[in-house]
Structures are given as structure tokens and as C-alpha cells.
Design a protein around this ligand. Structure first.
Ligand code: DNO
Length: 405
């Protein structure tokens, strides 16, 4: 696989020169300065591509070309927005960038309650606490009927919490769940929004009455509309699984499990309709057997996110070491490296593109915590994780080449 790294553009404190020194080959980025829904012009795409290439790297993956809410809930302007999306895709294809990561999650791009949960060794990691999330839903958002989505146990924990939560604690929860995890990924809420909770509530209302089936139909509509452009420019669309892969905030969520993945791949049976295999997101659902999913969907996977989580008996989950947890990354590397062998064998005369993989959501360590990095995107933590995964890849490839002799 190709070693890639998510980089947030020329203002990222982690520079491309630093990334070359640690063995990164390809860059995963987006035109973060362009407002959601607007066309990425060929010139803007080329500017970014040239900048990356002038540092001896290549632009391997777009993460993300965001899908507007209106396309997801099926608003009146969706066709217009889809046309713009198609234009951006064609401009990327013309520039030679062919792998596109996107998601179909309503409103929230990903969710965590705690961005610096301490580990015994002095580092810290991202954490999702169910009771805190329920507290946010019930007492901060005050979503109608929210209580009925939680177990008695969780509700009892929430009542206990209510006795001690301060306004500062509540502010921290809002900041973690809907601001600091969203702004930097071109999500709906940014650090500059003065009333994030009100804004968030109005976004949730856009999905009133939208069932999972309706959302599925909207996804199919979107994919069918863009496939001709994807065929023309060889664009690999890779949907990112829902993170966490669970039903939350009464929203329809449709990329959470085996059945969901099977559905959207079959609904639009074109190889350009593929998957970002985010091992970490999938691992946070106790219903998911991550290596089994990788085995089943390797041939429709165009991008791999390697990270892992531990899920606790009450459903809370925390990012794990890249060598531990529920994702079983060593097995995943075996599966995807074998898939690469298969792709090469199936196309002996062509140069088969390496499958890009990046590490994700690594701990804060060795001073990362003072650097103000985007949540989950530390430097030392990710560098350590990349070193670990690189070692696994080297060992797996060595074994595979010996098996061939
Ligand atoms: C979070 C990321 C997500 C992901 C998008 C893809 O760390 O995994 O923001 O990039 O959901 O569209």
C-alpha cells in the first residue's frame, strides 16, 4: 500500500518537508479554503497539486469533497449541487487526482465527547462516552424524545451527571462534539459560529421525517448521477463509514455495518462506487467483525484508514494503539496487500495503482498536546503509528514474496 498522510494545506503546522523526512509518499488533502457546495476549479486544483509536487510528494487522495446536506436530505437545490460536484470531479480527474473520500453522514462528520482522554503512559487519546453524549442530547440540545433512545442505565448515569455538571463542563462537551471535531473537516459548524447549539439544532431539523430508506435512495440518486463523470475520468468514489457506526441523535445513518455496505455497493454496481475502509470507525461497532468486512469488500476498497478502537462493556469506545484493539490491523494489512497482488495479477500489462492507506486518530504525545493540532491529527502520535504500520507492511510483504518463491 502507499503510505499517505492527511495534511490540511499550506497552513498546517506539519509541513510537507517534515512529511518527506518520515517516509510519507502521498498526500491526502482537500481544498479547505473553498466553501462547501462550490466548484473546485481546475486552476485551484492544479495550484494545490503543483504545491504538493514541488515538495517531492504527490496528491493521492481527496479527503473530502464534501457532499452538501441538501444532496443528503434531498433538498430542492440538490440537482444544482450535484452538477457542481460533477464539475469538481471532472476538474480533479483532468488534473490526475482520481481517489475521492466523502461521507453520507447527516449533519455530523464524526463524533467524540473527549479529545484528550488520558492514558496510563502519559499520552492521551480520543474517547466516546455514551452517557456524556446522552447528556449533550438530552440536556444541552434538548432534543424532543431524546430520552427514549437511551437505556435506563444510561439515563441513570445522565441524572447523576446532571448533579455535578458545571456550565464550563457543558461548554466543553459542546465544543468537543460539534465544534472542534467539525470545523477543520469543512463540517457544518466552525469555531467562529456564535451560537453553535442553535445552528446545530436547525441542521438536525432538516432531517425531520427522513427515514434511513429515504437517505439510502438519496445516496443512490447522488451516486447514479455522478457515475458517468466517474467513468469518464476514472474517479474512484470511496464513502467513509459512519463514525461511530451507530444510530445517534435520531438521525438516519446508513453506512454502519455489513448490510449497509452491501446495500450501497449493490445499489450502484459500478467499480467507481467504492469504499474507504476506515478500520477504526467500523471497529467502534461491536456488531462489526473488521477483518471479515475487509475480506468481503477488499475488491471495492480504494482507500484505507488504519486505526483501531477498544469498545468497553457499556458501549464507550477509545482509540487503541495501531497494533491493538478491535480492528486487527496486522490482519487487515495482510488482506489488503494480498488484494494488491490480486489486482496486479489481474492486470499484468498495466501499472496498477497502489492502494493508498493512512494512519488516523493517533494519541497526543511528546508535546503534541501544546501544538493545537486538529483533533486526532497529532504529529508525534501519527508518526509513531505510521512507523508501526510501516513495519507491519514490510513484514507482511516479505512473507508474501517468500510464499511466491
Ligand atoms: C475524521 C475523519 C472524517 C472523514 C470524513 C470523510 O477524523 O475520519 O472527518 O475524513 O468523514 O468524509
Amino acid at each position: 500500500m502507499e503510505k499517505t498522510w492527511r495534511w490540511f494545506g499550506p497552513n498546517d503546522k506539519i509541513t510537507l518537508d517534515m512529511l518527506r523526512q518520515i517516509g510519507v509518499e502521498g498526500i491526502v488533502t482537500a481544498l479547505h479554503h473553498i466553501k462547501g457546495g462550490e466548484v473546485w476549479s481546475y486552476d485551484e486544483v492544479m495550484k494545490m497539486k503543483t504545491y504538493i509536487e514541488s515538495h517531492g510528494l504527490r496528491w493521492s487522495v481527496v479527503e473530502s469533497l464534501p457532499v452538501s446536506e441538501s444532496i443528503k436530505y434531498g433538498g430542492p437545490d440538490r440537482d444544482e449541487l450535484i452538477e457542481k460536484y460533477k464539475e469538481s470531479l471532472a476538474n480533479l480527474g483532468r488534473a490526475g487526482v482520481h481517489t475521492i473520500c466523502y461521507n453520507f453522514m447527516p449533519v455530523l462528520d464524526w463524533a467524540r465527547t473527549d479529545l484528550e482522554n488520558p492514558n496510563p503512559d502519559g499520552t492521551s487519546s480520543l474517547y466516546f462516552n455514551h452517557a456524556e453524549f446522552a447528556y449533550f442530547d438530552i440536556h444541552i440540545l434538548k432534543r424532543q424524545g431524546a430520552e427514549s433512545d437511551y437505556t435506563d442505565e444510561t439515563l441513570a448515569e445522565v441524572s447523576e451527571m446532571k448533579k455535578t455538571m458545571t456550565p464550563a463542563d457543558e461548554h466543553r462537551l459542546v465544543d468537543n462534539i460539534i465544534v472542534r471535531t467539525q470545523g477543520f473537516v469543512n463540517g457544518n459548524i466552525t469555531e467562529d459560529d456564535e451560537h453553535p447549539v442553535e445552528l446545530f439544532r436547525s441542521l438536525l431539523h432538516l432531517y425531520d421525517g427522513i427515514t434511513p430508506d429515504q437517505l439510502r435512495q438519496n445516496m443512490k440518486y447522488f451516486l447514479e448521477a455522478i457515475m458517468p463523470v466517474c467513468d469518464e475520468w476514472d474517479m474512484n468514489m470511496c464513502v467513509h463509514p459512519d463514525d461511530p457506526p451507530l444510530q445517534i441523535l435520531g438521525l438516519p445513518r446508513i453506512v454502519c455495518c455489513d448490510k449497509d455496505i452491501e446495500w450501497f455497493l449493490n445499489a450502484v454496481p459500478n467499480k467507481h462506487n467504492g469504499l474507504t475502509f476506515c478500520a477504526g470507525s467500523l471497529s467502534a461497532g461491536i456488531h462489526n467483525d473488521v477483518p471479515a468486512l475487509a475480506r468481503k469488500y477488499a475488491d471495492r476498497t480504494w482507500f484505507v484508514h488504519l486505526r483501531s478502537t477498544n469498545v468497553f462493556p457499556n458501549g464507550d469506545f477509545k482509540e487503541a494503539s495501531h497494533l491493538g484493539g478491535r480492528a486487527h490491523i496486522i490482519e487487515l494489512v495482510q488482506i489488503f496487500e494480498k488484494e494488491m497482488q490480486r489486482r496486479r495479477a489481474a492486470n499484468p500489462d498495466a501499472t496498477v495503482a497502489e492502494l493508498p492507506m493512512r494512519v488516523d486518530h493517533a494519541p497526543l504525545m511528546l508535546g503534541d498536546e501544546k501544538m493545537g493540532y486538529n483533533a486526532g491529527y497529532s504529529f508525534h502520535g501519527r508518526m509513531l503509528a505510521l512507523g508501526q504500520v510501516e513495519g507491519v507492511m514490510a513484514a507482511v510483504n516479505h512473507q508474501l514474496s517468500q510464499a511466491q518463491v
